[in-house]
Design a protein around this ligand. Sequence first.
Ligand code: SF4
Length: 388
Amino acid sequence: MGGELGRFSATTRDLPGLTTGVAANGVSIVSRRESRLVRIGSVPVGGGSPISVQSMTKTRTDDVAATVAQIKQLEAVGCEIVRCAVPDEDAASALREIKKQISLPLVADVHFQHKLALMALENGADALRINPGNIGGRDRVEEVARAALERGAPIRVGVNSGSLEKKLRERAEQTETDKRAGAVAKAMVESARRHIGILEDLGFNDIIISLKSSDVRTTVQSYRLMAEVCDYPFHIGVTEAGSVLSGAVKSAVGLGILLNDGLGDTVRVSLTGPPEDEVRVAYMILRALGLRERGPEVISCPTCGRCQIDLVSLVEEVERGVAGVDDAVKIAVMGCVVNGPGEAREADVGIAGGKGSGVLFRSGEIVRKVEEGELAQTLIREVRRMTE
Ligand code: SF4
């Protein structure tokens, strides 16, 4: 087997420095950790590449039609890498037909069974998520690593706090409560290093790492510790984050801290909800840090006693009306003209409500008065005109 040989320590010679990264839109305010470049199909991960957004299908993978339909929906909202669960041979076989019908790079998520990993690769998976320490002896790991190397498919080693090896978990649990998060983080890093060491022993270095916990502080601490000892790119996320609202908040806090630290090369937001929402939330997080921009951003005021229009319905109608727009455009929907245009000066286009009417403005300048019933459609037309 070719490739750079050596144990984990051999590839962790230097502590990674933080450098200024370049975001997809050419603008970045976050200094990013230097990580090595790995490719999942056509999508580069690490090495200063734009931080990619990924998600996972929630259909049965052996239901090809449903899975392909969901992947296309994900692609339409900006998903760049998709992962499918491969729990059995039917799912592994289905990947061949799924691959024929999609253009996104596909990651096969396999646990414990090395045969499924081999089948997934044969059927066109662009990457594997599998933990080498969980698939049996060296022979099996070697078989999988060789097949992945032949296909140019990276392997994501993904450690979740909930499925830590028994010995590591018990050790962490014996730690005092106030130090528990730190102990779990250390145990997760130790577990990841064990899995990675197995691959490195075989000369396999096309590795991506994830260290996820449902606890935000444990997740953050794990990645920070890992960043001190290796330069493999990071897939970041908070696992089992929760329903759409609580999961989005938890993910925003966890990913926000990590991204602001310069850590993270590809992101997955986990939500108990439609996978398209995972992608939308991921872009919102990236946009908040100036790392990626995609689609319209609707800025709306919280309303107050000055508001004399139904702003909530207006915002909902505008959001629905611009949902299919891919270009980054800032839209302000403000409750009144007192502060509206001024508060939304940064917006490309906006409206500010008045009594039974509102004004349309562009770049903070008032353009004309519009009747209340026409406000939403006027704004949607403006956005479409600007982005055509
Ligand atoms: Fe109140 Fe006007 Fe500010 Fe909205 S824009 S919060 S209505 S002052």
